[in-house]
Design a protein around this ligand. Structure first.
Ligand SMILES: [Zn+2]
Length: 77
């Protein structure tokens, strides 16, 4: 049996964007290429307003703002 060259690790295609992802421990989100793709596939897009950002730390502040607004907007009963 002949094996392909061993230098390149096994690769899988990201289920989200089809980008090749090396199947290595370092590929934390395999088979996804990134956390973003993983979350998209998991359906996290449903609450992306407070889950997906990846680049800013604004998310929690946004939630607090939204909650505060919801509190204010809610009719007092
Ligand atoms: Zn991807």
């Amino acid at each position: 049996m002949t094996r392909p060259a061993n230098d390149s690790p096994l690769e899988v295609n990201c289920p989200q964007c089809a980008k090749p992802v090396p199947w290595l421990p370092a590929s934390t989100y395999r088979p996804f290429c990134s956390k973003r793709c993983q979350q998209l596939d998991l359906g996290a897009w449903a609450d992306e307003s407070h889950r997906i950002s990846g680049e800013s730390a604004m998310d929690e502040a946004d939630i607090e703002t939204l909650l505060a607004q919801a509190d204010r907007d809610a009719p007092l009963s």
